[in-house]
Design a protein around this ligand. Structure first.
Ligand code: SAH
Length: 216
C-alpha cells in the first residue's frame, strides 16, 4: 500500500503541476519523486503538498509547488548543466534540480537553514548538491561560469555578479520587482546581448545582500 505522503504527492503533481500545463516530463518525474514533506517543519508535514508556500522558520518560506515546477521548467535542463541557486531555504528546489542535472551549487545566507538543508540532502542520499553559507548576490566566482542560475528570492534587479557568472548561452531565472510583488524574469545570454522575457507574477521573500535589498 502506498503511504499517505506518496498519495498526496501524486495528487499534487496531477492537480497542481500537470493540470497547469507543466510539460517537461523530467520535471514532472522529479516532482513525483522528491518527498516535499521532508523539507518542511514536522508540525506542518501534512500541509507539504498543499497548493501554496509554507513557512520554514527564520521568516522564510518554501515556494509553492507550481512555482518550483515552473521555474525549473524555465531552466530547460538537459542533464549536464552546472547550476547555481541563490536562496537554498529548505533545500527543496535544489533537490528537484539535483534530479535533473549533474551539479548544483546552492547559496543560503542563514546558517541554520543551510545546515538543515544539508542534513536533508544527506538523509536522502543526494550527493550532487553543494551548500554555501554567504551572500549569494555576489555569486560564486570560484565555481563560475554557470550554465544556469536560479534566484529564489525577490530582487530589485538581477545582481551584476550573477550576470557575469552566467555562461554564454546560459539561462537565468529570477523574481524581479519590489519587496512585495514581482515578475519572474528569464534571461538568456547571447554574446554581449541578453534576451529578456517576462513570465508570470509571483511573490517571494526578499533577497538581502550587497546587490539585493538592505536588511531592515
Ligand atoms: N528555494 C527555497 C526557497 C527560498 S526562500 C526552497 O526551495 O525552499 C528564499 C531564501 O533566500 C531564504 O532562505 C533566504 O534566507 C535566502 N536569501 C535571501 N537573501 C539571500 C542572499 N543574499 N544569499 C543567499 N540566500 C539568501
Amino acid at each position: 500500500m502506498k503511504d499517505k505522503y506518496e498519495r498526496l504527492r501524486k495528487w499534487m503533481v496531477d492537480t497542481q503541476i500537470i493540470e497547469r500545463d507543466i510539460k517537461d516530463e523530467r520535471v514532472i518525474e522529479a516532482m513525483r519523486k522528491i518527498p516535499r514533506h521532508f523539507f518542511v517543519p514536522e508540525n506542518i508535514m501534512d500541509d507539504a503538498y498543499d497548493d501554496r508556500a509554507l513557512p520554514i522558520g527564520h521568516g522564510q518560506t518554501i515556494s509553492q509547488p507550481y512555482i518550483v515546477a515552473f521555474m525549473t521548467e524555465s531552466l530547460e535542463l538537459k542533464g549536464d548543466e552546472k547550476v547555481l541557486e541563490i536562496g537554498t531555504g529548505s533545500g527543496y528546489q535544489a533537490a528537484i534540480l539535483s534530479e535533473l542535472t549533474k551539479e548544483v551549487h546552492t547559496i543560503e545566507r542563514i546558517e541554520a537553514l543551510a545546515k538543515e538543508a544539508e542534513k536533508r540532502f544527506e538523509k536522502l542520499g543526494i550527493k550532487n548538491i553543494k551548500v554555501y553559507i554567504r551572500d549569494g548576490t555576489e555569486g560564486l566566482p570560484q565555481e563560475a561560469p554557470f550554465d544556469r542560475i536560479i534566484i529564489t528570492a525577490a530582487t530589485p534587479d538581477i545582481p551584476e555578479p550573477l550576470i557575469k557568472q552566467l555562461k554564454e548561452g546560459g539561462i537565468l531565472v529570477a523574481p524581479v520587482g519590489d519587496r512585495y510583488s514581482q515578475y519572474l524574469i528569464k534571461i538568456t545570454k547571447k554574446g554581449s546581448q541578453f534576451e529578456r522575457c517576462t513570465l508570470i507574477p509571483v511573490v517571494f521573500v526578499p533577497l538581502i545582500g550587497k546587490y539585493g535589498w538592505k536588511e531592515k
